[in-house]
Every structure is written in structure tokens, then in C-alpha cells.
Design a protein around this ligand. Structure first.
Ligand code: ATP
Ligand code: MG
Length: 418
């Protein structure tokens, strides 16, 4: 049997990299005062359709949706911002100013290829009630620092997509430019309804290259906000990271003003993206709330993450027919140990004790020779082996073998658990 096209089973190093990024994100954004939020994987379609925009790729083609038994349309969430805004609206009376982060799977029915999956993970942050261009700079800054901590060499492209004041004249200029050009079917329909969407089309990128730039159409407010954002960001970011791309738009309609996309230095698809969405909260039924955020594609990022060489951890207990009961008792005692020391008070927190807590396994094949048990423990990267032998047991001892240093010594069992 096969897994669903575009989904993947993650295992071993691939999974370790994803978990490493998730863990680092939790630590990093918590340290910066962002609070974790976990919203459901399923949502009513209405959460996304109007907010992302009816002419976007996601809403037109990529949502996994079904009719629930009560007749309501339910979708697997394709992105994280709209659900967080849905949640925020109920919280905003009490706490208008709040910073969230989330980690979780998203679902889009895209054409699968490297770095483009139908289930993928995003780490995202959202800041509500933050109107200033400094907040946008801060957002780009912390994203860059997060990536630097993972040793990711990156570039950030920025732009302003304007607001409802500047867009009509820009849209008109785009209509003039695009009409009569051999665009794909989707974009033919976008000329009238939402010509800015065409700039984000993956098919028509050649035609897009010479399209008018929004910079010439920004209203006073948007222009000043963008310029201030630019000068602040240039100061905060390391040199060579920031560049302006005047044709950058995002794949979702809710953005206003500053937007950005992040790429690895070696190129390829974006590893993160975000921007400002000042009108979304009100649009979804809340009070007007200036807000901004970004999302990182965890699997895409993981391609560039290097794992440190795995350290040996834990303890493997050998066993033989005559001594299996004793081996099992050792295992039982080890399982009673908790890392916070609530059951055993460790007088002597030596390395063995530390390793006992981390990971433990026992040989279950009594026909196996001691030598092959030790070979297995070594290949599975255990730090120590507890060799349970008849002779040593008579003296209440076991042999502790350090698999890293290939040294061993007899240790009193009571001392192990002291
Ligand atoms: P793209 O232009 O590559 O389609 P996007 O604009 O649709 O990306 P966003 O909706 O902004 O992407 O999502 C933010 C990040 O999530 C992207 O920069 C990317 O790293 C990741 N991402 C988006 N779609 C996928 C996918 N299908 N598979 C894996 N990662 C994805
Ligand atoms: Mg996309």
C-alpha cells in the first residue's frame, strides 16, 4: 500500500531535522515573549475562502474540503494565519496586544515535487496590535536571527503591496499591461478580478518580468511606512541579506503594506514568507487591528540543516538464560528512575546514572552470544552496556562497559542506584 501522493513518512535524520527546527522555534520564540497557540487541523471553509481570496491558488485549487454530515463545508487548514485571527478575535477585548507562535501541519493539494508537499509543517508567528514599521523590521530581524541560529545562509526580499487606497490605480496599470498577453487560463480570469495575483503566477513568470512596479503607485502612507521599514531593517539586519523586489506579491490576498520572502543563499523555493495584514481581523469580524506575521516551511528549511554527529546515549542491558530475571530487575529499577530525581535521590550523579535515565533497552533473544549483544548495543549507539553475568551477580555486581572508550569495570548494583 502507498501513502497519499505528496505526503511523506518522516524517519531517522529527516525527522530529527524537522524536530530540531520545531524545538529551536519553541525555545526561540518563547524567549522573545511569543505564546504558543495550537488551533485545530480542520476548520470551516469560510475561515479561508474570503480571507485568503477567491482568486488565490489555494482557494481555487488546493484546499482539501468535504461536506460534514450537518452540511457544512470543512477543510484541512492550508495555512495558519486565518485560524489564529479567528481565535484572536475572541481574545482581543481582553488582550488586544498579543504575540503568538504556532507549529503544525498544513495541507495543500499542490503538484508534488521536491520541497512541495501536500502535507507540510509550518512554524509561524503573528503579532497583533503592532502598527509601526519598526514592528515589521523586528519581524524580519527575528526571522533572520532564527535562521542564523540554525546556520542557514539566507536572503530576504521585501516589498509593499499597498492598501485599498493605492491598489486601484496599480491594478489598472496591470490590466493595461496584461490584457492581450498570452496568459494561462487562471490568469486570464485574474485580469479583471485581481490582476496583482498574476505577479505570483508560477506559469507566466516571463510575462510578469516587465510588468509595472507597485512602487510608483503607493499612497503617501504606504510609501512612508515602507521607506521607514527599509531604513530600520537595513540597520538591524546583517549586510547583504535584504533586497527590494518591487514585483513581489504574496499568494494570499490578506496582505497590506510590507511583505517579504526568504530564500536560501543557494536559491530554490522560498523557505519562509510573511508580511503585514492590517485589515484581516476586521474583515473576519473583529475590531480593526494592525498585525503582521510570517511562516517558515519546516521541511524546506530542513534540507539545509545539519545535524550534529549523534552522541552515544543510554544503556543496553545484556541477558542470558540463567540471569534473565536479574537483568529484568535492573530494567525495572531503571524505569523507576525519573530525570527529576523524584524517586531516587542521586548522591553521586555520575555519568552512568545520567545515561541510565536517558534511554534503556534489554536483550530479548536468549540464544544470542554476549559478543553479538555487545555488537548490537554498539551499532545502536548506546553509551554503556550493563553485562549481567552469573559470577559477578554472586558478589552483587554487574560489569559496566563503556562502549565509547571500550573500557569496563565491575560495579555494585546498589551503587548504580545509589
Ligand atoms: P510557494 O511560493 O513556494 O508556493 P507560498 O507562497 O505558497 O510558497 P506561504 O503560503 O507563504 O507559501 O507559506 C510559507 C512557507 O511555507 C513557504 O515559504 C514555504 O517554505 C512553505 N510551504 C508553502 N507551501 C508548501 C508546500 N506545498 N510544501 C512544503 N512547504 C511549503
Ligand atoms: Mg504556494
Amino acid at each position: 500500500m502507498q501513502n497519499v501522493s505528496g505526503t511523506r513518512d518522516l524517519f531517522s535524520d529527516e525527522l530529527k531535522k524537522v524536530r530540531l527546527i520545531e524545538q529551536r522555534a519553541r525555545d526561540f520564540f518563547t524567549k522573545l515573549g511569543f505564546e504558543e497557540i495550537s488551533t485545530p487541523v480542520i476548520e470551516y471553509a469560510e475561515v479561508f475562502v474570503k480571507s485568503l481570496g477567491e482568486t488565490t491558488d489555494i482557494v481555487m485549487h488546493q484546499m482539501y474540503s468535504f461536506l460534514d454530515k450537518d452540511g457544512k463545508e470543512v477543510v484541512l487548514r492550508p495555512e495558519g494565519t486565518a485560524p489564529v485571527v479567528r481565535f484572536y478575535i475572541n481574545l482581543q477585548v481582553e488582550r488586544p496586544k498579543v504575540k503568538f507562535f504556532y507549529v503544525g501541519p498544513m495541507f495543500r493539494r499542490e503538484r508534488p515535487q521536491k520541497g512541495r508537499y501536500r502535507q507540510f509543517t509550518q512554524v509561524g508567528v503573528e503579532m497583533f496590535d503592532y502598527p509601526s514599521p519598526q514592528a515589521d523590521s523586528y519581524l524580519v530581524f527575528i526571522l533572520s536571527e532564527f535562521l542564523k541560529n540554525l546556520n542557514i545562509e539566507h536572503m530576504i526580499q521585501v516589498n509593499s503591496v499597498g492598501c485599498p487606497k493605492c491598489r486601484p490605480s496599480y491594478s489598472e496599470a496591470l490590466r493595461n499591461y496584461f490584457s492581450g498577453k498570452p496568459l494561462c487560463g487562471d490568469c486570464q480570469r485574474r485580469i479583471d478580478r485581481n490582476p496583482m495575483r498574476i505577479l505570483d503566477c508560477k506559469v507566466d513568470s516571463e510575462i510578469v518580468k516587465n510588468a509595472p512596479e507597485i512602487t510608483d503607485f503607493l499612497c503617501e502612507g504606504c510609501k512612508n511606512h515602507f521607506l521607514e521599514f527599509l531604513s530600520f531593517s537595513k540597520n538591524m539586519l546583517d549586510e547583504g541579506i535584504l533586497s527590494v523586489n518591487p514585483r513581489l506579491v504574496r499568494g494570499l490576498d490578506y496582505y497590506t503594506g510590507v511583505v517579504f520572502e526568504v530564500f536560501h543563499r543557494s536559491g530554490g523555493n522560498a523557505i519562509a514568507a510573511g508580511g503585514r495584514y492590517d485589515l484581516l481581523a476586521q474583515f473576519m469580524g473583529g475590531k480593526p487591528t494592525p498585525a503582521c506575521g510570517f511562516a517558515v516551511g519546516v521541511e524546506r528549511l530542513s534540507e539545509f540543516v545539519n545535524l550534529e554527529k549523534a552522541k552515544r546515549t543510554g544503556v543496553f542491558i545484556t541477558s542470558m538464560k540463567e540471569t534473565f530475571g536479574e537483568s529484568f530487575k535492573l530494567l525495572k529499577n531503571i524505569l523507576k528512575m525519573r530525570s527529576d530525581g523524584t524517586i531516587f535521590e542521586f548522591k553521586n550523579k555520575n555519568e552512568i546514572l545520567g545515561e541510565l535515565i536517558k534511554r534503556v533497552d534489554i536483550n530479548l533473544d536468549l540464544t544470542k552470544s554476549l559478543k553479538s549483544q555487545l555488537r548490537f548495543a554498539d551499532s545502536e549507539n548506546f553509551r554503556f552496556a550493563l553485562i549481567v553475568g552469573k559470577r559477578e551477580l554472586l558478589g552483587g555486581k554487574v560489569v559496566v562497559r563503556d562502549l565509547e572508550l571500550s573500557k569496563q569495570e565491575e560495579v555494585k548494583i546498589t551503587e548504580l542506584f545509589e
